[in-house]
Design a protein around this ligand. Structure first.
Ligand code: FA5
Length: 342
């Protein structure tokens, strides 16, 4: 019994000197660990005379409970103190200070895309999705591009090792959309395109086009001119005139280059339009019979037009940006000037 009292006394002495969690853990091991003073007392029970065993056992248990309780209390005390000191050390937050209002904006490309989509939707068009990775068939064969066309070269197209490619134009979606509707349709399909280009102020390797198709019975070039004039006048909020020049694209017949009145000088002539009064806007034309046939549509029954707006160039016209490379640059200072708030 003497030994028990001594252990209790020494614990009471030791515990007074403990001032942090680490010391407390050492103390716990010293008394309650595998070879701790209290644990060892239990092994002594067998040496005790039978009549004293019960009292001895009860006393060890009560010392053990007492030690555990003390250690637990101290552990809680240290944790509480730690939290309090962390809070005290934290810098005060002044909730009355003005916070940054930099909420960002939509990319100028995205805001113009939304604007143009809304205009076409109001004219009864649907907005279709396209893929960025395409098959050679969809990108080239389906739209009547000959097998030996230079656009298929490694120099112009990013080919994937599995024989697929990064789509070089939004026309790659034509076949899928023609098959989807299998008849009359009015659709636009914006998308990211990729070409292995030498970069300059008007050429990117990653750029956007917005393509459109209208298919029905007896569609004519006049319909194409009407829709483009309407859309552009709405985008530029002024009456825009259009002219067509001959242009060759294997997927249209006849094919055109479409010019629009220069939006900077209103057609009078300026440096942007090189004094011509016209801006080259987009290639277009009447859908080639082979494109219809490749999609299982009878070209004698249906006709249609297609156009492929160089979307980044349109964004440049709208914003006055003189270098296409800004659009992919992630330069917030430049982009924030033109984007509409999200
Ligand atoms: C085409 O891509 C045709 N698929 C467009 C088309 C569709 C014609 C439907 C007829 C009917 P083109 O290669 O010219 O055509 O590209 C169309 C527009 O994309 C160009 O006028 C230009 O504005 C833009 N563009 C082409 N290459 C780049 C480039 N590297 N960087 C930025 N814009 C480009």
């Amino acid at each position: 019994m003497n030994e028990l009292e001594q252990v209790e006394l020494s614990f009471n002495d030791d515990v007074k000197r403990v001032s942090n969690t680490k010391e407390l853990e050492n103390l716990r091991v010293l008394y309650l660990g595998k070879k701790g003073k209290i644990t060892e007392l239990f092994s002594k029970i067998k040496e005790i005379a039978v009549e004293e065993k019960k009292a001895f056992g009860q006393k060890i248990n009560s010392i053990k409970t007492y030690v555990e309780q003390k250690i637990n209390d101290l552990k809680n005390k240290f944790e509480e103190e730690k939290v309090k000191s962390e809070i005290a050390n934290e810098k005060e937050i002044d909730i009355t200070l003005p916070v940054s209002t930099g909420t960002g904006s939509l990319h100028p490309r995205t805001s113009l895309q939304k604007e143009i989509e809304d205009i076409f939707i109001s004219m009864g068009f649907t907005v279709e999705d396209g893929y960025e990775v395409e098959t050679e068939f969809n990108n080239f064969d389906a739209v009547n591009v000959p097998k030996n066309h230079p656009a298929r070269d490694m120099q112009d197209t990013f080919w994937l090792t599995n024989g697929e490619l990064l789509k070089t134009h939004t026309s790659a979606s034509q076949n899928r959309i023609l098959r989807k509707y299998n008849g009359p349709l009015k659709a636009i399909f914006p998308g990211r395109c990729f070409r292995n280009e030498a970069l300059d102020h008007s050429h990117e390797n990653t750029f956007f086009q917005m393509e459109g198709m209208l298919v029905d019975k007896d569609v004519s070039v006049a319909n194409l001119i009407y829709f483009m004039k309407k859309m552009l006048s709405k985008v530029f909020k002024t009456d825009i005139n259009i002219r067509l020049r001959p242009g060759f694209f294997p997927f249209v017949e006849p094919g055109f280059e479409m010019d629009a009145t220069c939006t900077f000088c209103g057609g009078r002539g300026c440096s942007t339009c090189k004094n011509t009064g016209w801006l080259e806007l987009c290639p277009c034309g009447m859908i080639h019979p082979n494109v219809f046939k490749n999609a299982g549509i009878n070209p004698d029954e249906y006709s249609g037009f297609a156009f492929g707006l160089g979307f980044d160039r349109l964004v440049m016209l709208k914003t006055g940006l003189d270098d296409i490379r800004y659009l992919n640059s992630g330069n917030i200072k430049v982009l924030n000037q033109f984007g509409v708030e999200a």
